[in-house]
Design a protein around this ligand. Structure first.
Ligand code: ZN
Length: 140
């Protein structure tokens, strides 16, 4: 069974996300901030990470950097789900993520993106080639 870590500080949004992915047959682990998410990711080695950007303690950008710098989990597919990303934010272009989704994101689109990334499996990202090698569309 696919294991998904969701980093989301908003309780209501987290509850909806957990329900959507559980219904799709995934094991869902939820962290309320980036620091807790990093601990979960290192401990549980999930198949994929879905992260918010604005979170206490460690934000989504820092979480992505920390995962990519960690030798045990650096190839984990990561998707951003954010309601606060400005079009043209330079961090979105250089972030080593597979997909960027904006809230509110329709559940079917969310699910399709996550399923694509689970099918792609672990793969390398680096600063020189931030685009996903699976060539998944990065939309901001
Ligand atoms: Zn990728």
């Amino acid at each position: 069974m696919a294991v998904l870590v969701i980093a989301e500080d908003d309780e209501d949004i987290a509850r909806v996300l957990v329900r959507v992915f559980k219904r799709a047959g995934m094991t869902v682990l939820r962290a309320p901030d980036g620091r807790a998410a990093l601990d979960l990711i290192v401990e549980e080695r999930p198949d994929m990470v879905l992260t918010d950007l604005g979170m206490p303690r460690m934000d989504g950008w820092q979480l992505i950097e920390a995962v990519r710098a960690h030798p045990d989990v650096r190839d984990t597919p990561i998707a951003i789900l954010s309601g606060h990303l400005q079009p043209g934010d330079p961090r979105a272009g250089s972030a080593e993520v597979c997909a960027i989704l904006l809230k509110p994101c329709p559940n079917d689109r969310l699910l399709a993106t996550v399923e694509n990334l689970l099918a792609a499996g672990p793969h390398q990202h680096d600063a020189a080639a931030p685009r996903c090698p699976g060539d998944l569309p990065v939309t901001a």
